[in-house]
Design a protein around this ligand. Structure first.
Ligand SMILES: [Zn+2]
Length: 140
């Protein structure tokens, strides 16, 4: 892995602890969205439930991760993309298949955010799109 996890924690004024490094590494390895339960499943033998919860909250507060609320009050976490130099807002979209419940990150989707009314300025935009994924429609 060419990402310096220690550096990310330092830059965000977070103490460097083994649970924080493990959870951060999991997100960089996974690249998609993870729920608290997914993290617990992957690291539960090493890190307890409360520590995972607190670490995820801390990462969201520091904008290392963002979270998207989905159905049933579940939260999904994913790595925060860094904003672009020309100050376009950070956009995150996920697609949730209503049939198989799989979650697909939609990085390439084009959300036109230029049409905000009045003097509103967007810093961050999270979108949850629901529908039927291509696999459930029989596409390869
Ligand atoms: Zn599906």
């Amino acid at each position: 892995m060419d990402i310096n996890l220690v550096e990310i924690l330092k830059k965000n004024a977070l103490n460097i602890t083994a649970p924080r490094l493990n959870i951060l590494a999991l997100f960089y390895e996974h690249t998609g969205c993870l729920s608290h339960d997914d993290v617990l499943k992957a690291l539960g033998g090493v890190i307890d439930r409360v520590t995972i919860y607190r670490t995820l909250r801390a990462f969201v507060r520091k904008e290392i991760l963002f979270c998207i609320p989905t159905a049933n009050n579940h939260l999904l976490y994913s790595l925060q993309k860094t904003g672009t130099p020309n100050h376009t807002p950070v956009r995150h979209a996920v697609f949730i298949c209503k049939q198989c419940r799989r979650i697909y990150p939609m990085d390439s989707i084009d959300l036109d955010l230029k049409k905000m009314p009045g003097n509103f300025v967007i810093h961050h935009c999270s979108v949850v799109i629901k529908g039927k994924c291509k696999a459930c429609q029989g596409f390869p």
